[in-house]
Design a protein around this ligand. Structure first.
Ligand SMILES: [Zn+2]
Length: 423
């Protein structure tokens, strides 16, 4: 792990410097974890954020940390009364994560600010670069901590969430320089931003498969998550005839296949349905399963598709329960609505990309982002650069240096275009 702060030299060419900073940041990884793991609240995360703060400062940004542990760097605008144009992302990773998801958006945003200063370009709006605290899921079970806080959606009840050791989220926040008792002070006023633009790796393979270099995001999918509980009866697997069983495993299999069909029901609707988690009791080879608990999720840009999917999942579970004689129960864990990117911002981002001589493609984001929360504060837009093989949340996550450089150039151009626009 690197211990010394080494902001890359300002004389380095544009593309090299962004890449060098990305690779430098990747060195701050948890030593006992695979890949480039840097989870929120870990010592590696704490160290890396000091590096990010130093980079911001070396760039001439006025650096502050808010009560939610967000790291902010501000560049004054020519018209200080105007709302800020905000760019950024996050620098935490999942366990076993990569070097690009989130980091690209923060490092590129700092480079954009540096370029503007170096060229003597003054934006009309103040430019605010943000490294949002903890975007990825964490041990407290709540993601997008920092972006929730700026929208006023990180409330006192959330701060009481505990990890397995009994530590509260509020206590953990103190460790990253936050002030849980003043959490509301991290909130930004409604309509207090001119716009928010996040550059991110696609985390899917659409750009690569279509041979495109830059994507303009149309919207961020909504995610509905449901826990399904199927309760039968434990019986001897050798002596209980097939017709006399209340087999929770067998019922779970039917529900899983049914949910898969729900995901496939409408070709082209860009909806997906997944059962990615299951627990079975007693989980023994010679006992008929008495209980199966599975968690399913539906994702789509289309709220109607999600609402229909919810009903179909409920109907599927009810049908399986009535056919098998088991008890089937559902509890919705979350129902987050899809978030559309701002139409004018989408158009301006596409224009900025074209000005670089690149033909952009519009695509939906199947993953959630800090941007989904920022949309509650003002116009929100996202730019995607390719992920090799569509791989993400794994050590193999990769985006070529030229693609990172092009994404940074697009973000710079977008900032200049959006700064002058009425949204
Ligand atoms: Zn991310």
């Amino acid at each position: 792990m690197a211990s010394e702060v080494s902001p890359a030299a300002p004389s380095r060419p544009f593309s090299d410097r962004v890449w060098a900073n990305l690779m430098m940041l990747a060195e701050y990884a948890e030593p006992d974890q695979p890949g480039w793991t840097r989870r929120v609240f870990s010592p590696a995360y704490l160290e890396s954020r000091q590096v990010v703060a130093d980079l911001m400062e070396a760039t001439g940004l006025e650096v502050t940390r808010d009560a939610a542990g967000n790291l902010l760097g501000q560049l004054a605008g020519a018209e200080p009364d105007l709302p800020a144009l905000v760019i950024g992302s996050h620098t935490d990773t999942v366990a076993g994560g990569g070097r690009f998801d989130g980091m690209v958006g923060v490092v590129a945003a700092i480079e954009v600010a540096r370029r503007l200063r170096a060229e003597g370009t003054r934006l009309r709006h103040p430019l605010r670069v943000v490294d949002f605290l903890g975007e990825e899921p964490n041990r407290f079970g709540l993601s997008c901590l920092g972006s929730r806080a700026v929208t006023g959606h990180l409330d006192p009840a959330h701060l009481q969430l505990r990890d397995a050791s009994g530590l509260t989220l509020g206590e953990a926040l103190v460790g990253v320089g936050g002030q849980p008792e003043a959490i509301q002070s991290a909130r930004w006023k409604a309509n207090s931003i001119h716009g928010y633009i996040e550059l991110h790796v696609e985390q899917g393979a659409r750009l690569e498969e279509t041979g495109r270099r830059l994507g303009v995001v149309s919207g961020i999918v909504g995610i509905h998550r449901v826990r399904v509980e199927l309760v039968g009866r434990p019986d001897h697997a050798g002596t209980t005839p097939m017709g006399s069983r209340l087999d929770a495993m067998q019922a779970a299999a039917q529900v899983i296949l049914g949910i898969d069909r729900i995901g496939r029901r409408q070709e082209g609707a860009e909806g997906v349905a997944t059962v990615g988690q299951i627990a079975v009791e007693p989980n023994s080879p010679n006992v008929v399963a008495s209980r199966a608990t599975l968690v399913a999720e539906l994702r789509s840009l289309d709220a109607e598709w999600l609402a229909q999917g919810d009903q179909q999942v409920a109907a599927q579970v009810a049908q399986v329960a009535s056919e098998t004689g088991l008890v089937g129960e559902l509890s919705w864990l979350s129902q987050e609505a899809p978030v559309a990117c701002h139409p004018t911002l989408r158009r301006l981002l596409a224009q900025a990309v074209r000005e670089l001589g690149v033909d952009p493609v519009e695509l939906a984001s199947g993953a959630s982002h800090d941007a989904a929360h920022l949309a509650g504060l003002g116009p929100m837009g996202m730019l995607f650069i390719p992920s090799r093989g569509g791989r993400s949340h794994c050590p193999e996550e990769w985006t070529d240096p030229e693609q990172v450089a092009l994404g940074t150039a697009a973000l710079l151009r977008a900032v200049q275009v959006v700064d002058r626009a009425q949204l």
